[in-house]
Design a protein. Structure first.
Length: 296
């Protein structure tokens, strides 16, 4: 599917992400390097954890039409001239070609439909390569968007069958998807699956954890009389639902809201928060630092 998110506007954008110990001269050195090779800086965001001895995070977006070096040569030059002297952790990402995502889902469709709708309107700068589900229910809805749908059944209480299903999903994604979005995929991924895409798997869930873990968290919250509900999107790590958080939001509730009201509000929050997190990831706005993130 060709969408406005994949047109010529994105062909000239590159993004430089940097983490290093803060000290004078870093911004000047980076800016001078970009200028010296014919690029125009169009965005520059930075954050230091402390003006004395802190850690500096930087995201710099620049235009590439007049660069005097190819991609590999530019990276080699930056490494030698800037990154190594300042002992940086860094990467240069390009908006073209767009990142390719696989979306995994079970039966809850709200987050999936939000992503597909935004993708179809060109609001997500990506290609959705496929949707993989452990249930067949959403095939027709997905295929209406021109996106491939794969039903990969996960047998309940069958460790071997679950491992086979994960291998099948990885086979489908190999060479086709750069990242994975869990749009209410109600299966726990194995360490091997997570290791196949480190820092490139995004999950969404309610924000009651760890208070209301387990089944029917909204009823648990209603019973306790909570006044806030929320949603959390984060990168997936081996520790369940504990990876670096990308985006969150909350809504106020009162005694007038019943369990179904809370669920409706929660679904709306999950849609918005997941879409926000996915877009931040696609636009290279997230720097992971330990178990935290800096999101520019």
């Amino acid at each position: 599917m060709h969408t406005p998110s994949t047109d010529d506007r994105n062909r000239t954008i590159a993004r430089l992400l940097i983490t290093c110990a803060d000290r004078p001269g870093i911004v000047a050195a980076v800016s001078q390097f970009i200028f010296s090779h014919g690029a125009n800086i169009t965005q520059l965001d930075q954050h230091s954890t402390d003006p004395e001895g802190g850690t500096l995070f930087m995201r710099l977006e620049f235009q590439t039409p007049h660069l005097d070096l190819g991609r590999e040569a530019l990276m080699a030059a930056f490494r030698t001239v800037v990154a190594e002297p300042f002992q940086m952790q860094w990467s240069i990402q390009y908006a073209w070609p767009p990142k390719r995502l696989a979306v995994m889902v079970s039966r809850h469709e709200h987050c999936l439909m939000e992503l597909l709708w935004r993708f179809s309107r060109g609001e997500l700068p990506c290609e959705i390569a496929m949707v993989i589900s452990n249930h067949p229910d959403l095939r027709e809805a997905v295929e209406r968007f021109g996106v491939a749908f794969h039903h990969v059944e996960v047998p309940p209480l069958d460790a071997e069958g679950k491992a086979l299903a994960e291998r099948r999903a990885l086979e489908l994604m190999e060479g086709t998807a750069d990242g994975v979005v869990l749009a209410r995929y109600m299966q726990i991924l194995s360490p091997d699956f997570i290791a196949s895409a480190p820092g490139r798997i995004i999950n969404i869930h309610h924000s009651f954890l760890p208070a209301f873990a387990g089944a029917d968290p909204y009823r648990q919250a209603f019973t306790r009389g909570v006044k806030l509900i929320g949603a959390t999107a984060h990168y997936v790590t081996e520790e369940l639902d504990a990876g670096p958080i990308i985006a969150q939001d909350v809504a106020h509730v009162s005694h007038r809201h019943g369990v179904e009201d809370l669920k409706d509000m929660g679904r709306d929050l999950e849609r918005q928060v997941l879409a926000r997190a996915v877009r931040a990831h696609l636009e290279d706005r997230v720097i992971v630092h330990g178990n935290k993130t800096v999101v520019f």
